[in-house]
Ligand binder design. Structure first.
Ligand SMILES: NC(=O)C1=CN([C@@H]2O[C@H](COP(=O)(O)OP(=O)(O)OC[C@H]3O[C@@H](n4cnc5c(N)ncnc54)[C@H](O)[C@@H]3O)[C@@H](O)[C@H]2O)C=CC1
Ligand SMILES: O=C([O-])CC(=O)C(=O)O
Length: 334
């Protein structure tokens, strides 16, 4: 028997029927990300796809008594990719290879570009209205690849394509709290630009710690920019960030769903098709974005920054432009 309170809670709980698909669900990020999505009450239909292992992960997660049905798909039985994508609302893509020590994210391009291109083509065909959240590196290039594929199929909606840069944002909160001895859960740092090394720009001048001394600030910025390397080095050949990335990906997906649900003031920095520096040939840029029922509602400019940050921005733009063009050309000049 339910108690009166429990019965009331049960009868008034509203479940929104969102379908979410993870491509690369059997991997280091895919598995914990799928677990976190299984725990998200906004998700009712969770589809997990991978070249291998997705069925086992799905069966395992299916025993958790949350509101979603979870199914696993692989290419060996029927058209698994098609079934995983059919009319889904949100697709997260952590498919692809991770770094080993000594590699840059750009070194992953030769393998991951083709993986992401082919998955984008399947999305265009089976879920043209889905929000696409790209995790696979190098994000600065894989997001433009997805855009070009969707354009070539006539289904590109710039309001629904996102490069997930949330890991930079959560790292920034954590690292600044370590430096300042504060509570990481209340630290907010706006991180703009892209997702690799010097293209990652944490705007410390816009935090409550803007008076931090120069040496401390420079070390903090460097740690945020190269936080990924810290994990790659510690894992010593076994891959890159997976658990913190799963948390970041699940957080961002939850914000996209909150936007779909019409929640107000859902703002997340993310790498999107952006007007901010288009006149300089930079088609994509990460800055705070308001999320809503149609995806991107509003892209905020980066606001007032210091001369030091202006310098970082100039360097970021140079690299970002090349990374974006590399991705675009991979599709358009194929
Ligand atoms: N955006 C970000 O902040 C971050 C991005 N990453 C990137 O995420 C990607 C995945 O990293 P991990 O999960 O650690 O790698 P992983 O190797 O553990 O998992 C990747 C999974 O993708 C699957 N896969 C490969 N090709 C596929 C295809 N065509 N279709 C479906 N699945 C496919 C593999 O079978 C594997 O299970 C890497 O490119 C990594 O650099 C990693 C951390 C942070
Ligand atoms: O460093 C990597 O290769 C993975 C990644 O993008 C990150 O941890 O930020």
């Amino acid at each position: 028997m339910f108690s009166r309170v429990a019965r009331r809670a049960f009868s008034t709980t509203k479940f929104n029927p969102y379908k979410v698909t993870v491509l690369g669900a059997g991997g280091g990020i895919g598995q914990p990300l799928s677990l976190l999505l299984k725990l998200n009450h906004k998700v009712t239909d969770l589809r997990l796809y991978d070249l291998r292992g997705a069925k086992g992960v799905a069966t395992d997660l299916s025993h958790i008594p949350t509101n979603s049905v979870v199914r696993g798909f692989t290419p060996d039985e029927g058209d698994g990719l098609k079934e995983a994508l059919k009319d889904t609302d949100v697709v997260l893509i952590p498919a692809g290879v991770p770094r080993k020590p000594g590699m840059t994210r750009d070194d992953l391009f030769s393998i991951n570009a083709g993986i992401v291109r082919d998955l984008a083509a399947a999305i265009a065909e089976n879920a043209p209205n889905a929000a696409v959240l790209v995790i696979s590196n190098p994000v600065n290039s894989t997001v433009p690849i997805v855009a070009e594929v969707l354009k070539s199929k006539g289904v590109y909606n710039p309001k629904k394509l996102f490069g997930v840069t949330t890991l930079d944002v959560i790292r920034a909160s954590r690292f600044i709290s370590e430096v300042e001895g504060t509570n990481p859960t209340t630290e907010k740092v706006t991180v703009v630009g892209g997702h690799s090394g010097i293209t990652i720009i944490p705007l410390i001048s816009q935090t409550k710690h803007k008076l931090m001394d120069k040496e401390k600030r420079e070390a903090l910025i460097h740690r945020i920019q190269f936080g990924g390397d810290e994990v790659v080095k510690a894992k010593n050949g076994a891959g890159s960030a997976t658990l913190s990335m799963a948390q970041a990906g699940a957080k961002f997906a939850n914000s996209v769903l909150a936007g779909f649900e019409g929640e107000r003031d859902v703002i997340e920095p993310t790498f999107v098709d952006s007007p901010l520096y288009k006149s300089e040939g930079i088609d994509f840029f990460a800055s705070p974005v308001q999320l809503g029922p149609r995806g991107v509602e509003k892209i905020f400019p980066i606001g007032e920054i210091t001369a030091e940050e202006e310098e970082m921005l100039a360097k970021c733009k140079e690299t970002l432009k090349k990374n974006i063009e590399k991705g675009e050309k991979f599709v358009t000049q194929a």
